[in-house]
Design a protein around this ligand. Structure first.
Ligand SMILES: [Fe+2]
Ligand SMILES: [Fe+2]
Length: 355
């Protein structure tokens, strides 16, 4: 049995054909991967209802970074109110987030090429678009908040920071491995890497910006980050569902061992990076809170896959008091000017497009 499983993991995946007249789009024949799609987006027939619900949430979350106000205040504050340690953390964390969103925008279509369900391809296309918007939002922040000579320093922080360089290379490598050798196992690893990237890697960075906002610093950056996080929550759910469907439909490809192994490595790297970029130099954050938060998150994310906790001792979120800053639609927060960036309020943009 074990041998058979090992052999299967070496099998090559086949990219969806562009058009396959012999395919079958029936819901009864539909599969998350390795299905016989015609290539047509028949979205009236839906097998994965979670994809349809996520589509609605993602479309409802539409926002544009250019409409977030207050970045000029952040520009003033960046040089006058942030300590040198906070300025360094701001730059390093933004650099990492910029890398993550860049690589997501480019890599997601490679994953989607092997997902044989149009309703899931649809939301992966929206996710890709959102990751590109996130890149645009970093450009908007950098343009407004820091001086022009500091922009390249942030984009290319990894050129002079060996720890960030190693992290970025590690993530890039997992994606490259699948592109270069399209086995079932490498596909599964790429999907798990996506889940970890969306669900663990962004989060100490997000907590840093929340901590600044809690001290009434860099509020506009915090708002942009909160909109990004709202999108990322849907992305985590997409990949948790893809992993669950692989578990249901292809138990020989699913591997809890690989998930645990990769989660453990992700947590280790996230704690090491956070220690490096935040240390104990940011009021409200220290090595202990970072460790506890990352482990607590890991348990939480594993629960989404119906896997028990990897760190049973990490039962509480040390940043619970920052929760009110996380949801732009929450009544608990008066920190968002929720009227200006959401799609429903963006009629002022009508006619502003130049063709
Ligand atoms: Fe993103
Ligand atoms: Fe994302």
């Amino acid at each position: 049995m074990y041998k058979r499983k090992e052999k299967n993991m070496e099998e090559k995946m086949k990219m969806n054909p562009m058009f396959n007249p012999d395919g079958n789009d029936d819901v009864s024949a539909r599969k998350i991967i390795k299905g016989q799609t015609t290539g047509l987006f028949n979205l009236n027939a839906v097998k994965y209802s979670w994809a349809k619900s996520l589509y609605q949430v993602m479309i409802g979350n539409f926002w544009v970074p250019e409409k977030v106000s207050g970045l000029k205040d952040d520009a003033r504050m960046f040089h006058s109110d942030l300590s040198p340690q906070e300025q360094r953390a701001y730059k390093g964390i933004l650099s990492f987030l910029i890398f993550l969103d860049s690589i997501q925008t480019v890599n997601l279509p490679h994953i989607s090429d092997f997902i044989s369900s149009p309703e899931v391809n649809l939301i992966l296309a929206i996710q890709t678009y959102q990751e590109a918007i996130h890149s645009q939002s970093y450009a908007t922040i950098l343009e407004s908040v820091v001086e022009s000579k500091e922009r390249d320093e942030i984009y290319y922080f990894w050129r002079s920071d060996s720890i960030l360089l190693e992290r970025n290379k590690y993530i890039g490598q997992i994606y490259e491995n699948f592109i270069n050798n399209q086995t079932d196992e490498n596909f599964f690893r790429a999907v798990v890497a996506n889940f970890l990237l969306e669900s663990i890697y962004f989060y100490n960075g997000f907590a840093f910006f929340d901590t600044l906002v809690d001290k009434m610093k860099m509020l506009a950056t915090g708002r942009v980050i909160a909109y990004i996080r709202r999108d990322e929550l849907t992305h985590i759910t997409i990949f948790a569902n893809i992993i669950r469907e692989i578990h249901n439909e292809f138990p020989a490809i699913y591997s809890e061992k690989i998930i645990m192994e990769m989660m453990n490595e992700a947590v280790k790297q996230e704690i090491a990076w956070s220690k490096h970029i935040l240390g104990d130099r940011i009021p409200g954050m220290n090595e202990q809170t970072t460790r506890q938060y990352t482990q607590w998150l890991a348990n939480n994310r594993l629960a989404m896959l119906n896997i028990g906790p990897l760190f049973p001792e990490a039962v509480t979120n040390p940043y619970k008091h920052l929760d009110r800053l996380q949801d732009p639609n929450s009544d608990k927060s008066n920190f968002f000017e929720s009227t200006v960036v959401n799609y429903t309020q963006s009629s002022s943009m009508n006619g502003s497009w130049d063709f």
